[in-house]
Structure formats: structure tokens, C-alpha cells
Design a protein around this ligand. Structure first.
Ligand SMILES: Nc1ncnc2c1ncn2[C@@H]1O[C@H](COP(=O)(O)OP(=O)(O)OP(=O)(O)O)[C@@H](O)[C@H]1O
Length: 467
């Protein structure tokens, strides 16, 4: 398939990505960078056309079908969990590993009352995603804080495939436990919405801390890049998924300043008959093979890491332009230009990650390349063993100022001052067997509901200082 970029040309001047991110205060969804639907790209439809003729998806448009980039399942891989994940992708049932800390919700049912959305009180809006808001909520019984990601069922049900992807993504998130990847604690639903209760990354977006600096020093970039290397390596080798959507907005900080990779958006799982081919989203950090509509693999995440590091070191992603088409052309064809002021180590690291040919790219040969990545001189100051176990000796370069977590001081006022109406008009749908021993007949999101064990939640909260 040829690249699917039939974009209308925006006539705006695009500022540097740093400046743009700042000026739109934490990446507002109303900017012309909102993702496009497959139909809009392929048919050139102007449905939902926004300013500059670029189609904009709005949260409240319930008739929208959208597939964005994100996690892709790798099929045919010999990776540990790929069997489970591919089964999940096909929409088959998922069984919880009894050895794990998780307790399936139906097991908990026998011992205690089922958890409900009304067991949480709503505190503030933290941000907005394509399908709904992310809210700060507090569990009434324990006082624990969570980031609650809401997704409107109506906007997802238009495509059956999206529903399957939704369940898959929940299963992926449930299976991931890594110090630098956001944790999922509960997944609930009511008649209208799905709710993911995630680890609350109190430090907000990494990029929101950079407002006073155009670029970061190499040791600082090397620190965040190293945490990302650990997160990506885990996804690739232990879980068997390609993240696909590594970009600044998805890098949050926890209360101590460690990176938390987030946004395993439910819209973002794709498995096209085993081959990853679907792409939509912000192009600046995307590998050329995705933009060309070619099949791709883990190597795309290492390209994105290169683009992100380039941005952190210089203040701009490596390939920029004043419209999508230009950016995409540059990513595919233009030679990488490295500024004179970065060190030879950084230059070498970026050059190797930003190779257009995936097989020649550092990371193009996983798992073998992982060693080469860690051993690269760009990471010469990183103590991998300490970083891997999140050793308390490691003090991250930016420690967020948090006077009280419920104030959400590290999130944009634009969101935290936003009015919201707590759910309540939606009937609770258990998603697990109810008292009558049956699922509601028409609940296509059955099996979505999930509850992590208390011990897992307590440990996770303790280690990231949320408790
Ligand atoms: N776990 C979290 N802790 C704190 N804030 C979060 C968390 N997850 C998301 N946010 C905030 O909410 C914003 C929107 O998040 P979300 O994951 O919905 O973004 P998105 O990229 O639009 O995802 P999607 O495309 O799946 O809707 C983030 O930019 C961030 O500021």
C-alpha cells in the first residue's frame, strides 16, 4: 500500500516543535495536529474539516471512526508472551496467570463487593485524549489517587475492530509491569464509557518542565533516553509489542521525576492480519517505513527514540516542515543534519538510530541490538543495573515540585480548571459474571473489567510515592 497521506495543505507557519508545544499549552487537541481518520486520509473527505482544511477529530463526535498509531502486536515472533497477545488480538478470551499478583475480578467477587465507578470521587481534569478526558480521582475507601482515563463507548463502537483492539490493549496494559511504564490498576465500565484507572504520574508531562530551556544537556537527555531504552526493551522482548507512538507528549514524570511511558491509548492497538500496517498520528517522530505504509517491526520505536533525543538535545525534531506532506517527505528522503554543538557520542547515537533503512538501524535487530544500545558511549554515565531496579540512589535530573498531589500543580491550568460532570447517568455494567451468573447480552466490552490485587497496588503506590 502506498503512503496514505492525502493531506490538505495547511497554510500556517509551523513553529519549532518545542515552541509549538509550549504555545498550545501541553498539546491541545484542537490544534491542527489532531489525528485523522483512515477515511479522511484515503478519501480526502472534508468531514470534520478544521481550520486550514485539516480534518479535526473532536471528542464529542460520536460518529467518528479512528485508528491511530500506538502499540502493535508482533505476530510470528518467538517472544515470550506473543501467543497470549495474539490471542487477545483475535478477541479470544484472556485468562489471568494464577502465579501473578493480579486477582481476576470474578475471583474478588466471591470475597468482596464489586468495585464501581461510584466508589471514586472526581477531583480535577488532568488532560484530554482523543476519546475522552483523563481525570484525577480518589478512591473513597482507601484515599488512593488514580489517573482515570475515560473512553466513550459510542465513539469506539462504530468499528467492530476497534472494540477488539480495546480489549487487547486492556490486556496488554494489564500484563505490563515495569518501573518506567504506566501501571493499570482497575478497568471498569458503565453503559456509556470505559474507565481505566492508571498510576497517577504526578510530575505531568516531561516537556512541560522544559518551558524555560530550549534544549537539555546531554547527561539529562541520556538519563531519560536510558529509562526509555529500558521501557522499550521490556515491551519488545517481554511483552512482544511495538509501542509505535513514542513522542514527547507520552513521556510523563512520576513524583520523583522518573519517566513514565504512558498512553497505551485504547485506540492505538493494531494488528492487521499479523502485519503492522496501520498508521495515523503525529508524523514528526515516526519512522519512514510507517509513513510509507510498509510492514514494520520493533525498529520503528528506535527511530522514534532517535527523533525524541534529537528534539531534547536541539529543541526541534530532526525533520520539520510547515505541513504534514513536507515533514513526511523529509523523513523519507532528506539526509539527517546534526548541529555542530552536540558531542561525537550523541552524533553517533542519533545517526545510528535515525537510519532510514530499518535493518541498518541500531535497534533493527532485536534482541541482539539491545546490548549495543546499552553499551553505546552516549550512555557511558548510566549505571544500567541501578536504573533497572530503580535504585533510590538515583536522583532524576528534574524533581517535580508537588506540595499536595491533589492540586495537580504540574498539569496545565487549561485542564485543571476545566469543568466536568462526573458520570452517573450510565448504568454500571459489571463485565464479569453478575449475581445471576450471566453477562449483559449486548455488552460487547465484556471481559474489559479488571481489578489488580491490593498488594500489587500498594507496592506500586509505595515505590512511586503515591500512597
Ligand atoms: N497516568 C497519567 N497520569 C497523569 N496524567 C495523565 C496520565 N495519563 C494521561 N495523562 C494526562 O492526560 C493527557 C491525555 O492523555 P491520553 O493518554 O488520553 O492522551 P492521548 O495521547 O490523546 O491518548 P489517546 O490518543 O489514546 O486518546 C496526557 O497528555 C497527560 O497530560
Amino acid at each position: 500500500m502506498a503512503a496514505v497521506f492525502a493531506f490538505d495543505e495547511p497554510d500556517m507557519d509551523m513553529e519549532s516543535s518545542f515552541a509549538r508545544r509550549r504555545s498550545v499549552s501541553f498539546g491541545s487537541r484542537d490544534e491542527p495536529w489532531a489525528p485523522l481518520t483512515i477515511e479522511q486520509l484515503t478519501n480526502g473527505s472534508d468531514h470534520h474539516a478544521g481550520a486550514h482544511g485539516i480534518p479535526i477529530i473532536k471528542e464529542d463526535d460520536e460518529d467518528i471512526t479512528k485508528i491511530t498509531n500506538g502499540i502493535a502486536l508482533m505476530s510470528g515472533s518467538s517472544l515470550k508472551n506473543h501467543q497470549f497477545l495474539n490471542e487477545a488480538a483475535m478477541g479470544t478470551s484472556y485468562s489471568v496467570d494464577i502465579q501473578s499478583d493480579y486477582i481476576a475480578s470474578n475471583l474478588e467477587l466471591s470475597t468482596k463487593r464489586r468495585l464501581q465507578v461510584s466508589d471514586f470521587e472526581y477531583i480535577k481534569v488532568l488532560g484530554k485524549g482523543a476519546y475522552g478526558k483523563v481525570l484525577l480521582v480518589r478512591e473513597k475507601s482507601s484515599g488512593r489517587l488514580y489517573a482515570q482515563k475515560q473512553l466513550k463507548k459510542a465513539s469506539m463502537m462504530v468499528r467492530k475492530k476497534l472494540v477488539e483492539q480495546t480489549k487487547t490493549e486492556r490486556a496488554i496494559l494489564e500484563s505490563i509491569r515495569h518501573p518506567y511504564i504506566v501501571k493499570l490498576f482497575y478497568a471498569l465500565q458503565d453503559q456509556h464509557r470505559l474507565y481505566l484507572f492508571l498510576e497517577y504520574a504526578q510530575g505531568g508531562e516531561l516537556f512541560s518542565h522544559l518551558a524555560s530551556e530550549k534544549m537539555l544537556s546531554e547527561p539529562v537527555v541520556s538519563f531519560y533516553a536510558a529509562e526509555l531504552v529500558l521501557a522499550l526493551s521490556h515491551l519488545h522482548t517481554e511483552v512482544g509489542v511495538v509501542y509505535r507512538d513514542l513522542k514527547p507528549e507520552n513521556c510523563l514524570l512520576d513524583s520523583q521525576g522518573h519517566l513514565v511511558l504512558t498512553d497505551f491509548g485504547l485506540s492505538k492497538v493494531s494488528s492487521d492480519g499479523g502485519e503492522c500496517k496501520t498508521f495515523l498520528g503525529t508524523p514528526e517522530y515516526m519512522a519512514p517505513e510507517i509513513l510509507l505504509g510498509k510492514p514494520y517491526d520493533f525498529a520503528v520505536d528506535w527511530w522514534s527514540l532517535g527523533a525524541l533525543c534529537y528534539d531534547l538535545l536541539t529543541g526541534n525534531p530532526p525533520f520539520t516542515g510547515n505541513n504534514y506532506k513536507r515533514i513526511i517527505e523529509k523523513i523519507q528522503k532528506t539526509k539527517l543534519v546534526l548541529p555542530y554543538y552536540i558531542t561525537a557520542e550523541a552524533k553517533d547515537f542519533l545517526t545510528r538510530l535515525l537510519r532510514k533503512e530499518p535493518k541498518k538501524r541500531l535497534g533493527g535487530n532485536i534482541p541482539d541490538d539491545l546490548k549495543a544500545i546499552r553499551n553505546h558511549r552516549f550512555f557511558r554515565k548510566i549505571d544500567w543495573a541501578k536504573l533497572e531496579r530503580r535504585d533510590p540512589d538515583i536522583i532524576p535530573p528534574i524533581v517535580p515540585i508537588i506540595t499536595d498531589p491533589i492540586l495537580a500543580e504540574n498539569f496545565a491550568d487549561e485542564f485543571t480548571s476545566m469543568a466536568f460532570s462526573p458520570p452517573g447517568n450510565g448504568l454500571e455494567i459489571p463485565g464479569v459474571e453478575d449475581e445471576r451468573g450471566s453477562y449483559p447480552k449486548d455488552n460487547i466490552f465484556e471481559n474489559f473489567t479488571f481489578t489488580a490485587s491490593n498488594s500489587f497496588i500498594e507496592n506500586a503506590m509505595r515505590s512511586s510515592n503515591i500512597a
